[in-house]
Design a binder for this molecule. Structure first.
Ligand SMILES: Nc1ncnc2c1ncn2[C@@H]1O[C@H](COP(=O)(O)OP(=O)(O)OP(=O)(O)O)[C@@H](O)[C@H]1O
Ligand SMILES: [Mg+2]
Length: 260
C-alpha cells in the first residue's frame, strides 16, 4: 500500500571541519504537522545538522529527501525555494533595516512597471503585508518601520521567527528560538510554533529547555557526540529519560565504576 513519504528524511549525514568531526551520523524523519525537537549537549552537532538541512553548508556524506525525492541544497536560497525556512542561532537579521525590510530581504517587492524596471521598491506593499503577517501571528511590535537594531532581543527574535513563518511553506527550522527571550516572549514563540504546526508545516526546533520541549514537541531526537542516538514520541518518554540519553549518564557511571 502506498504510504505517504515523510516531509523530510535525512540519513547518515556526516560533516567534518578539518580534524573535527562535527557530525558522524545525523538521522531525522520529519512528518507534516509535526514539531520535532532536537536536543543534546553543547557541541553535540545540532546546529551543524540543521545548517546542512537548510543549505548553509553541505554534508560530506549522507542523503536528504524531501517528500521522498532526493535533494541537493547548495545554498539557503535553494533550501528556501523548496519551502524550507530557518531561524539561525545567531539570527542573521539586518540591524539597520526595519522589520518589513527584513521580512522581505532578498525577496523585495518592486513597484509596478515602469518604475519597477529600475529596481524601485514597493515599500507600502511590503509594510502592509508585514503588518498583516505580524497580526496573523499575533506578534506585537510597535512599528514595522522601526529599525531592528533598536529592538529588544525578544522583538528581534519575533521578527526572525515571523520571517521564517511567513515564507516557510513546508518546513520551518529554529535553532534555540527562545534562548534570548523573556517568559512572555518565549510563550509567544511556542504559541507560534503550535500555530504553524496546525497549518501542516513541519517544525524542527533545537532547544536546551526540556520543559519547553515537552510542552510543544511531538517528537524528540537526542544527539550526542555528533550522532542522533535515539528518537521518541514525546508522550512515550520523560525528562529523566532524555537527560540520561543526552549525557550518557549510564555509560559514564559504568566507566567511573571501572576506573574506581
Ligand atoms: N565552522 C566550524 N569549524 C570548526 N569546527 C566547528 C565549526 N562548526 C562547528 N564546529 C564544531 O563541531 C561540533 C558541533 O558543533 P555544533 O555547533 O553543531 O554543536 P551544537 O550541538 O549546536 O552545540 P550548542 O548546543 O552549543 O549550540 C563542535 O565541536 C564545534 O566546535
Ligand atoms: Mg548550536
Amino acid at each position: 500500500m502506498a504510504q505517504q513519504a515523510p516531509l523530510l528524511e535525512a540519513n547518515g549525514i556526516q560533516k567534518r571541519f578539518g580534524s573535527v568531526i562535527a557530525l558522524r551520523n545525523g538521522n531525522l524523519t520529519l512528518q507534516p504537522g509535526e514539531v520535532h525537537a532536537i536536543v543534546g549537549d553543547n557541541g553535540a552537532g545540532k546546529s551543524t545538522f540543521i545548517k546542512i538541512i537548510s543549505g548553509v553548508m553541505q554534508q560530506d556524506a549522507g542523503d536528504i529527501m524531501i517528500e521522498g525525492r532526493g535533494v541537493t541544497m547548495r545554498s539557503p536560497h535553494e533550501a528556501r525555494s523548496l519551502g524550507i525556512e530557518t531561524v539561525y542561532q545567531d539570527l542573521a537579521l539586518a540591524g539597520h533595516l526595519d522589520a518589513a525590510a527584513n521580512l522581505y530581504l532578498g525577496r523585495e517587492v518592486l513597484l509596478p512597471a515602469p518604475l519597477g524596471w529600475f529596481g524601485l521598491l514597493d515599500k507600502r506593499t511590503m509594510r502592509r503585508k508585514t503588518e498583516a503577517d505580524m497580526r496573523r501571528l499575533k506578534i506585537g511590535i510597535k512599528s514595522v518601520e522601526q529599525s531592528v537594531m533598536r529592538m529588544s532581543g525578544g522583538q528581534r527574535q519575533a521578527v526572525a521567527v515571523a520571517r521564517a513563518v511567513a515564507w516557510g511553506k513546508r518546513i520551518v527550522i529554529m535553532d534555540e528560538p527562545t534562548a534570548a527571550l523573556g517568559v512572555r516572549e518565549s510563550l509567544m514563540v511556542l504559541e507560534l510554533i503550535r500555530e504553524i504546526r496546525n497549518q501542516g508545516i513541519g517544525v524542527i526546533m533545537i532547544s536546551h529547555s526540556l520543559p519547553e520541549v515537552f510542552d510543544v514537541a511531538d517528537r524528540i531526537t537526542v544527539m550526542r557526540l555528533g550522532q542522533s542516538i535515539a528518537s521518541f514520541a514525546a508522550d512515550e518518554t520523560s525528562v529523566e529519560g532524555i537527560v540520561r540519553m543526552m549525557t550518557g549518564a549510564e555509560a559514564q557511571y559504568l566507566t567511573a565504576a571501572v576506573d574506581g
